[in-house]
Design a protein. Structure first.
Length: 281
C-alpha cells in the first residue's frame, strides 16, 4: 500500500511541475497533423490572339470563341487558327490559315507601301465562305440593295457590311462637288477569282466595292508583264479624304497595298481593330 501511495504522489508532483512551468494563459502544444490534401489547379486560360479576338468582336453571329488554336463557330464546328507553317509571300496568299490574314498590320499612316506590303489581301476562304456564302447562289441570297449616288449596288447584309457602305455613301456625299466624279460607274458583287490566280475575290462575297475606274490604278495595268514577285512602280490618284472615310466605317483600301488596286475598298473591320491593337501594344 505504501508503494502505491508514493507512486501517486510522484505522478501528482510531475504534473504540477509541468503546469507551473507554463506562462499564464499558455496551453500545452499539441502536435497538429499536416494537411496533405491536393487541391486541383484550374488550367490557365489560353491567350486569345489579337486577330481571333477581333474576329469574335466584329462577327459575333458566326464566331463564338477561341480555344486550343481553333475558332469556335456558331454551327458547333471549329476552324484551325494557326497551322504553324512558315510560308513565303506567295504561299501565304495561296494557302492562308486564319492567322495569316493578320500577318501584316493595316497601318493608316502608310501612303507609300513597301515591297509586298499588302495588308488585307490575304483571305482565308473557308472562313469567308462560312460567313458570306459558300457559292454564288448562297452569297447572292444575302445581298441587299444600297443606294450609291446615282446607282443601286448589291452588297452583303451579313455582319453589317451593307449598313457600313450606306454610312460611307452618306459621308462621301458631304464632300465638295469636285469629289463626286470618283463615285461614277462603281461595281460590287461579282463571283470570280482574282486576276492571275485561283483565289476568290472579295467581290465574290459581296463585301467589296470598286469605285470609278476612270481615276483608278491597278498594279497589273501600270506594270505590264510583271508578276506578284516582281518589283513594281506604285501609282494612286484616289484622294486621301475618300480613303479615310471608307476606313472610318470599317473598310480597307487597295491603295494601301504594294500590289495596289486603288479603286478597291473591302469591308474588313476585324483587320482594322487588330491593327490598332497591335500598334498600341
Amino acid at each position: 500500500m505504501r508503494l502505491i501511495a508514493i507512486s501517486h504522489i510522484t505522478l501528482f508532483l510531475s504534473l504540477s511541475i509541468c503546469a507551473c512551468s507554463q506562462t499564464p494563459g499558455e496551453q500545452l502544444a499539441i502536435p497538429q497533423q499536416k494537411d496533405t490534401t491536393i487541391v486541383p489547379q484550374a488550367p490557365a486560360p489560353s491567350k486569345i490572339p489579337v486577330g481571333a479576338q477581333a474576329l469574335m468582336d466584329n462577327y459575333p453571329d458566326f464566331i463564338k470563341g477561341y480555344e486550343e488554336n481553333h475558332l469556335l463557330l456558331a454551327d458547333g464546328s471549329a476552324l484551325l487558327y494557326d497551322d504553324q507553317e512558315e510560308k513565303s509571300f506567295i504561299d501565304r496568299m495561296d494557302k492562308p490559315d486564319v492567322e495569316d490574314m493578320f500577318s501584316q498590320p493595316y497601318d493608316t499612316s502608310v501612303w507609300l507601301p513597301a515591297r509586298n506590303y499588302d495588308p488585307g489581301r490575304v483571305r482565308n476562304e473557308e472562313l469567308m465562305k462560312y460567313m458570306y456564302g459558300k457559292n454564288e447562289a448562297e452569297a447572292r441570297k444575302r445581298l441587299v440593295r444600297v443606294k450609291w449616288f446615282k446607282q443601286q449596288l448589291l452588297f452583303s447584309s451579313v455582319n453589317g457590311a451593307a449598313d457600313s457602305l450606306k454610312a460611307v455613301a452618306k459621308e462621301l456625299a458631304q464632300l465638295p462637288a469636285s469629289y463626286q466624279k470618283y463615285f461614277d460607274n462603281s461595281s460590287t458583287f461579282y463571283w470570280r477569282t482574282v486576276r492571275g490566280s485561283n483565289r476568290l475575290s472579295a467581290h465574290s462575297f459581296g463585301i467589296a466595292i470598286d469605285i470609278c475606274t476612270k481615276f483608278s490604278d491597278y498594279w497589273r495595268w501600270k506594270n505590264p508583264g510583271k508578276g506578284e514577285e516582281d518589283s513594281l512602280k506604285y501609282t494612286n490618284r484616289i484622294p486621301k479624304e475618300i480613303i479615310q472615310i471608307f476606313e472610318k466605317h470599317g473598310f480597307i483600301s487597295g491603295a494601301r497595298w504594294y500590289h495596289f488596286d486603288t479603286m478597291h475598298f473591302e469591308f474588313r473591320p476585324d483587320l482594322l481593330q487588330a491593327s490598332r491593337q497591335q500598334t498600341n501594344n
